[in-house]
Design a protein around this ligand. Structure first.
Ligand code: UD1
Ligand code: CA
Length: 455
């Protein structure tokens, strides 16, 4: 028997007070719905269908996943009506797992347990005990199995006292679900077609309904406003940091780090406060990340030392490089081993070989720098002529004095020395000193101007 997953995402999310549809609000750098899709995809379902409505085109454009089927719910007539929109293309023989697009912390592990613990042909509801169950559908049990779900607005006093609530996650045989959905009515306090009414229908048809409890109420929290979004963000970050600490990664403060993608770490990595990791980041063994760093889509080799306040994106480094403080590595910055990049240095689309140093106030763009090179303070590769970008090539063991302009395309031969303050616009030969600046002159007897008396 196969599995179909239906994700309900047609809600407007008015409480977000945002132009962005609710399911596109960002959690750890990804839309809410992308988190639900990731858990869904981990279950190896035959079929994943997203029911969309409000902001539909934007939702589809933001999640261009070829494996997803989209079903439009043109009018928002309730959760039962929403599921119905996905049913025509859902195989009768499949089990159907219904999820909500705004419950992003639910793990594939919990869903797997729900699937395993529910015998085929039977039904299950994922529930949780809530200290304050206000607003949720209440789980009415008899002799252990679930008899019905009663919405807050339709519940009597006795039902309102129940703390076990419906998380919105429901598992049901496809053929039966189709049949029950066609029998729903909207005769209730909200005038909606409630998906939850199928539970009582199942019971009437002698189908067992299991109430399976989720691990924590946090895992099943629905996101309706910015406060809940921020709570979910912290919860998800804590989950990620805890997993890394279990693998041996050290954090100065587990609450002051953000991982908005994947972070893979070797052994003995230490991360100080306010580090933000985006996209796919790899940190080699023994790497130290000092405070206030943003690292995006980069791979740092073993024993990297990243001083405070760096911005590193699309870069890769070999072993034992030292970066910052206040350095910027832009996409295509490729450093070999033992390279030092110091303060107020920007490196873009350039390779720098072993042991070279660019320590102060420098821009290196579209360059190839050899090994053992020293680039003096204030050096600029003038890589852009206003229209095209050009390359600068610097050989091994070159010494570039301070405040040098390298007007690309240009190359400096191995072992060359460039005098401070030079503007180099033609190739400089290997092993020689090249200087390009006007001679120093002194004007004997010259006096500074003096202030004239006002009359
Ligand atoms: C629903 C459940 C309630 C449960 C709660 C958990 C019903 C009738 N009630 O209540 O038992 O405790 O979720 O959060 O199912 N949606 C659509 N189209 C619609 C209506 C809703 O796609 O016409 C989507 C929403 O975008 C959302 C999900 O379904 O992702 C749940 O809808 P919502 O309005 O939040 O349901 P609740 O009233 O909170
Ligand atoms: Ca809700």
């Amino acid at each position: 028997m196969g599995l179909s997953i239906i994700i309900l995402a047609a809600g407007q999310g008015t409480r977000m007070r945002s132009a962005l549809p609710k399911v596109l609000q960002s959690l750890a750098g990804k839309p809410l719905l992308a988190h639900v899709l990731a858990s869904s995809e981990a279950l190896a379902a035959d079929d994943i269908c997203v029911v969309y409505g409000h902001g539909g085109e934007a939702v589809q454009a933001a999640l261009p996943s070829p494996g997803i089927r989209w079903a439009l719910q043109a009018e928002r007539l309730g959760t039962g009506h929403a599921v119905q929109q996905a049913m025509p293309n859902t195989p009768d023989a499949n089990r159907v797992l219904i999820l909500a697009g705004d419950v992003p912390l639910l793990t594939a592990e919990t869903l797997r347990k729900l699937l395993e613990d529910t015998p085929h042909g039977e039904m299950a509801v994922l529930t949780v005990d809530m200290q304050d169950p206000t607003g949720y559908g209440r789980i009415v049990r008899k002799g252990g199995s679930v008899q019905a779900i009663v919405e807050q607005k339709d519940a009597n006093e006795e039902q309102l006292a129940i703390h076990e609530i419906n998380t919105g996650v429901i598992l049901c045989p496809g053929d039966k679900l189709k049949h029950w959905l066609s029998g729903l009515s909207n005769d209730n306090s909200q005038g909606e077609y409630y998906l939850t009414d199928v539970i009582a229908m199942a019971v009437a048809d002698n189908v067992n309904v299991h109430g399976i409890k989720a691990g924590s109420s946090q895992e099943v929290m629905g996101i309706n406003d910015k406060k809940q979004l921020a709570e979910a963000e912290r919860a998800l970050q804590a989950r990620r940091v805890n997993a890394l600490m279990q693998e041996g990664v050290g954090f100065a403060d587990p609450a002051r780090v953000d991982i908005r993608g994947t972070l893979k770490c070797g052994t003995d990595v230490f991360i100080d406060i306010n580090a933000v990791f985006e996209g796919d980041v790899v940190l080699g063994d023994g790497t130290i990340i000092e405070s206030n760093n943003l690292i995006r889509d980069s791979k740092l080799g073993a024993r990297s030392l990243i001083h405070s306040n760096c911005h590193i994106e699309g870069a890769s480094t070999g072993t034992a490089c030292e970066i910052g403080p206040f350095a910027r590595l832009r996409p295509g910055a490729t450093l070999a081993d033992n390279v030092k990049i110091g303060n107020f240095v920007e490196i873009k689309k350039s390779t720098i070989a072993d042991g070279s140093k660019v320590n102060h106030l420098t821009y290196i763009g579209d360059a190839e720098i050899g090994s053992g090179v020293n680039v003096g303070a204030g050096t600029i590769t003038c890589n852009y002529d206003g229209v095209n970008k050009h390359k600068t090539r610097i050989g091994d063991r070159v010494f570039i004095g301070s405040n040098v302009n390298l007007v690309a395309p240009v190359s400096v031969g191995s072992g060359a020395t460039i005098g401070a303050g030079s503007t180099i616009s033609r190739n400089a030969p290997a092993d020689e000193l090249t200087v390009a600046r006007s001679k120093q002159t002194t004007l004997p007897g010259w006096k500074r101007p003096v202030k004239k008396d006002k009359k």
